[in-house]
Design a protein around this ligand. Structure first.
Ligand code: TYC
Length: 103
């Protein structure tokens, strides 16, 4: 037989680990000053929600202190949280959205 045609089977097969990018939650925080209709309007404008969905999230934050608005990649979460917070600031309200990693 010409050459060495022995087939070697590797003993250890390493499976490449593909890490999923971590997702971030955008959280709406309650305050005592921002009007309810304004909060709902911001949710509709920034997070493309229906009136109904926006109102339900606003009421949940109002009653419980905070509410998860959406879960998405970090850059989107941070950009939207800032956009939404800035709309409140421009109108003179202390409306606050934060972005934090999911567990
Ligand atoms: N608590 C506010 C009020 O009574 C309304 C409000 C709801 C503000 C949710 C912020 O995230 C919020 N006018």
């Amino acid at each position: 037989m010409a050459g060495n045609s022995t087939q070697l089977t590797p003993k250890v097969v390493t499976k490449p680990k593909v890490e999923r990018p971590r997702l971030y939650k955008v959280i709406l925080l309650n305050d005592d000053y921002t009007p309810r209709d304004f909060v709902t309007m911001v949710l509709k404008a920034v997070f493309r929600m229906s009136e109904d969905a926006g109102r339900r999230i606003m009421i949940t934050a109002h009653q419980k202190g905070s509410c998860v608005v959406t879960v998405c990649p970090r850059d989107v979460a941070e950009t939207k949280a800032k956009e939404a917070t800035d709309l409140g600031k421009e109108a003179g309200f202390p409306l606050m959205f934060t972005a934090e990693p999911e567990e």
